[in-house]
Design a protein around this ligand. Structure first.
Ligand code: SAM
Length: 245
């Protein structure tokens, strides 16, 4: 746990690539009245890793249910997971795929995932998704990406790399915080002591996902919007896309 001063001292490593851009006026709003810090994406996830699984997080919990319901009937030879984090979905993917290759650039998040999944058919690699992926052309028949793309400025690069790595006829499943939530100023954040740590985020409209995927060559198979049972009359919390190559 970090006090506010030591935390402030840690905000030295802000990655300029991930400085948030206010694509939409609500995007940069500060939520709540407690002190809030912004730090680089990788550093933030390194610090969040020890409590990511145990913190109250309706978005994380809903994402797990959604992923299990959409992908339940798939059986795959080779699954590529982008931004696997602590392996919340990797455990499920390990049941669907003969091999799972999970990427993330936070070594602390990856360490949690590796500790949970010491299976021979699950491989973890530290990799920044904004650089060329350590994956051969057409090496996966399913690519899965959950709650990651809000931290990525350039969706076109992600979909182009996914298209390269996916076999013809393969699928890409994406589940992300719904932009309606982002328009209200909501973004990934966690708490350390009395401070809230907000993680740099980019607003991607529904049309931005669709355009970037189509530009790469994908065809949309399914788009769905999702609410947690506690959301009641609120806007949708998540949006999911199933694309086909
Ligand atoms: C909210 S967590 C989601 C983790 C997991 N997919 C899940 O659903 O629980 C976002 C993850 O994306 C990773 N991430 C964000 N930007 C990344 C990048 N440029 N390259 C690799 N991983 C990235 C973070 O390290 C973090 O583990």
């Amino acid at each position: 746990m970090y006090g506010m001063l030591s935390l402030a001292a840690r905000v030295r490593n802000v990655d300029p690539i991930h400085t948030p851009r206010a694509h939409f006026p609500g995007a940069a709003k500060v939520c709540g009245s407690r002190a809030r810090f912004l730090m680089g994406v990788r550093e933030a996830y390194n610090q969040w890793a020890p409590t990511y699984d145990s913190d109250r997080n309706l978005t994380r919990d809903l994402d797990e249910l959604v992923t299990r319901s959409i992908l339940a009937d798939m059986q795959c030879a080779s699954i590529l997971e982008l931004g696997c984090g602590t392996g919340k979905n990797t455990a499920f993917l390990a049941q669907l795929g003969a091999h799972v290759h999970a990427l993330d650039f936070s070594d602390a998040m990856l360490a949690q995932a590796q500790a949970k999944l010491p299976h021979a058919h699950v491989t973890f690699t530290i990799a920044d998704l904004m650089g060329p992926w350590p994956c051969a052309d057409q090496s996966a028949d399913l690519i899965v990406c959950n709650l990651v793309l809000e931290h990525i400025a350039d969706l076109h690069f992600i979909f182009a790399e996914a298209f390269r790595c996916l076999e013809t006829g393969g699928h890409m499943f994406v589940c992300e915080l719904h932009p309606f939530k982002q328009y209200l100023g909501i973004q990934a954040m966690f708490q350390r002591d009395q401070a809230r740590i907000a993680i740099p985020a980019y607003v991607h409209h529904i049309s931005s996902f669709l355009d970037a995927a189509a530009h790469a060559g994908f065809v949309l198979a399914e788009l769905k919007e999702w609410w947690h049972a506690d959301d009641r009359e609120a806007p949708p919390r998540l949006v999911s896309f199933l694309f086909e190559k």
